[in-house]
Design a protein around this ligand. Structure first.
Ligand code: PXP
Length: 268
């Protein structure tokens, strides 16, 4: 381990994605369970920010949710959205703390794969510039692919959110070689992104089992997690499910810091 890389490891933030509270609400069309109430419980349990994806088809989060979250949240809102003029107008109207640009296909169940920034450079660059001019931090949700990381920097993004979906699937698959390969892609992607001057986030598919290896990557300063924690909340309550994730992330980060301190003390 290279001490220069991990000396003074930054704390890791937890963003809670509340989309699936809205999924449950919308199953009946009423107002219960309320995503804003879920956000407040998550904050109380240790969430540093709240993430909500306003999809083009409004399948869970609605425009009114964004409005209510912006009015009531005591922590930053990270709005996930597709690169469309409609979403740009909504973001510029509400000015959330951050926007994470994601690919979107109507037929998908969830965000499958990262944004192809390098193929859409001409459309994405002015889009990013408009958001940044409004004081909004812009992240690209991308696969941990060097070409996409470099393209994100060239497009003017502040941050990248590395898609952890393939790593999480490998963790479920039980093949340790595939798992190590996917983890290595995240580790190297995070290093490259940090070298390019980008803030590094990660998310998708994270759970109590697979999160530690990702939280141990010192360049990653934010994780965005939703589906697993909302599901787990059915059994233990949302506050408890979020607090446990917070705890795993904090313990992991403290271990990384201890290792850095030990190496420094030994003059490594
Ligand atoms: N980050 C981004 C950009 C996403 O699109 C999603 C899924 O909506 C997440 C994080 C959270 O993924 P999960 O719900 O699997 O934890």
């Amino acid at each position: 381990m290279n001490i220069d890389r991990i000396a003074g490891v930054a704390p890791i933030l937890l963003g809670i994605n509340i989309d699936h509270v809205a999924t449950l609400r919308d199953a009946r069309g009423g107002g219960h369970p309320d995503p804003l109430r879920a956000a407040m419980v998550a904050i109380e349990a240790g969430a540093d920010n709240i993430t909500a994806h306003l999809r083009e088809d409004r399948r869970h989060i609605r425009d009114a949710d964004i409005e209510r979250l912006m009015a009531a949240l005591t922590v930053p809102l990270n709005m996930e959205m597709a690169v469309t003029q409609e979403m740009l107008a909504i973001a510029l109207k509400h000015r959330p703390h951050a926007c994470c640009l994601v690919p979107e296909r109507r037929e998908e169940l969830t965000t499958e794969g990262g944004l192809d920034v390098s193929a859409q450079m001409a459309a994405i660059t002015p889009f990013v510039a408009e958001l940044r001019a409004a004081g909004i931090q812009v992240a690209m949700f991308i696969d941990p692919d060097p070409e996409q990381i470099r393209a994100s920097r060239k497009a003017g993004a502040d941050a990248v959110e590395l898609h952890t979906g393939t790593y999480c699937e490998a963790a479920l698959g039980g093949d340790s070689i595939t798992l190590q390969r996917e983890l290595k892609r995240l580790v190297e992607g995070a290093r490259l992104a940090a070298r390019e001057g980008l803030e590094v986030h990660a998310g998708h598919g994270l759970d109590y089992e697979n999160v530690a290896a990702v939280a141990a990557i010192p360049q990653i300063v934010e994780l965005n997690i939703g589906h697993y924690l909302v599901g787990e909340a059915l059994f233990v309550g949302l506050g408890e499910s979020v607090a446990r994730m917070r705890d795993i992330m904090d313990v992991t980060r403290a271990e990384v810091q201890d290792t850095a301190n030990e190496l420094r003390a030994r003059g490594a």
